[in-house]
Write a protein that binds this ligand. Structure first.
Ligand SMILES: [Zn+2]
Ligand SMILES: [Zn+2]
Length: 412
């Protein structure tokens, strides 16, 4: 890489650091903390960065932190890890099981945090040696699961001045030593919609004197998703699915109020932006046709993570350089949400899937399950991958053109 033996430098660094990093991950795993309560986690990261001569700065709410490595006029690349755990009981029988009842790092954020810490320590050494051609902003983000942590980071100026941002997530379906990459959307949006309808109630013998609210609500429940599917590009997979409906209390009385609640999922960023207005207009037209008043609360979740093509090529180049040829495999867009999408609404970047499964082993359990665990070799590989990605992006960012694709790698 750029005439340097980055792979060898990383091997030397990890020969000394890997055991410490595994211990750090196990300590976090034993002491998981929920969104916006990651005080101990934040302190542990800050202490280790400070010991390495870095100057971390804790976010205004008191959890999560940002730290910058390097200086000068070169580009600024951000690397982001999420640090929060889930309200899921730990079901694993391991020495490092969670010590907090009902809380567990079931999404692998302890692994992401540890990888970014290791990457920080390596990059700090590179900066000391004068080998960092720009700046790397390390973002240890709180509250990915809430979600909301990404917005907290952005409100604190966390990505101002950043040219490109990268992140990764554990993937138990990918072998350790490999990464899954995809250009374009890699996760999905998921919002919530709350509909309330009202109109004059009365006796079921005289529906014409009322708004016949239950009938009107039923029409909304069926016609809204149907009309929506005809108003958007089917490739966006915008879908409205109801999860709760409530109206009335007895068989012979028409109620004067009813409600419906559902989720809106979407694979496409443009359709996601248009969804609230479109759903509101359709709701009003269906409700108007049946003579009921309707109101809607639309609660935004996260946008889809939409990977930038050039950034994905940088990830591929980095993986090829330090994890070896054949370490990159294509991955699918998931229907899950990830708040990294908020960053990519503002700046280019890409999100990768990091293999955590021991090759040839049985399934280790999916994320968000109390049985989820990783092959800890993924930590060293994650450090190699993230450090090489940051350096690749800094080198590429200094060139006038960064658009030429890497030969032999096609990720679509
Ligand atoms: Zn999660
Ligand atoms: Zn996660």
């Amino acid at each position: 890489m750029r005439g340097r033996n980055l792979r060898g430098e990383l091997d030397t660094f990890l020969a000394g650091a890997e055991q410490e990093l595994i211990g750090f991950r196990r300590d976090l795993h034993m002491h998981p903390e929920l969104a916006f309560a990651e005080y101990r986690t934040t302190q542990r990261i800050a202490d280790r960065l400070t010991a390495a001569g870095l100057a971390p700065s804790v976010l205004p709410r008191g959890t999560g932190l940002i730290c910058e490595v390097g200086s000068g006029d070169g580009p600024t690349v951000a690397l982001r890890a999420d640090i929060d755990a889930l309200p899921v009981p730990d079901e694993k029988d391991v020495a490092y099981s969670s010590t907090v009842p009902g809380v567990c790092h079931a999404c692998g954020h302890d692994v992401h945090t540890t990888i970014l810490l290791g990457t920080s320590l390596f990059l700090a050494r590179q900066a000391e040696a004068g080998l960092l051609p720009g700046r790397v902003r390390l973002i240890f983000q709180p509250a990915e699961e809430l979600p909301g942590g990404a917005l907290e980071v952005m409100a604190a100026g966390g990505i101002s001045g950043v040219d490109r941002i990268f992140g990764l997530h554990c993937d138990p379906r990918v072998d350790v030593g490999k990464v899954g990459l995809k250009t374009g959307p890699i996760t999905s949006a998921c919002d919530k919609v709350f509909v309330r309808v009202s109109g004059p109630g009365g006796h079921t013998a005289r529906p014409h004197l009322t708004a016949d609210l239950v009938f009107a609500l039923a029409k909304i429940l069926t016609e809204l998703p149907a009309a929506l599917s005809r108003r958007v590009d089917p490739r966006s997979s915008l879908s409205l699915v109801w999860g709760r409906v409530e109206a009335g209390s007895v068989a012979n009385a028409i109620p004067d109020e009813g409600l419906a609640e559902g989720t809106v999922r979407c694979l496409d960023e443009q359709a996601w932006h248009a969804a609230p207005d479109m759903i509101k207009a359709l709701l009003e037209s269906v409700a108007g046709a049946y003579g009921v008043e309707a109101s809607m609360d639309y609660v935004r979740g996260v946008p889809p993570v939409v990977n930038d093509e050039v950034s994905v090529q940088m990830l591929a180049e980095a993986a090829g350089g330090v994890l070896g040829e054949g370490s990159v495999e294509p991955t699918q867009q998931s229907l899950g949400g990830e708040d990294f999408g908020w960053y990519l609404e503002s700046i280019p970047g890409a999100f990768a899937r990091l293999g955590t499964r021991t090759p040839g082993s049985a399934h280790l359990g999916d994320i968000h399950q109390g049985t989820f665990d990783v092959d800890e070799a993924c930590i060293a590989n994650g450090v190699r991958f993230m450090a090489a990605t940051a350096l690749t992006a800094l080198w590429e960012g200094q060139r006038p053109s960064v658009t030429e694709p890497v030969a032999g790698i096609a990720i679509v």
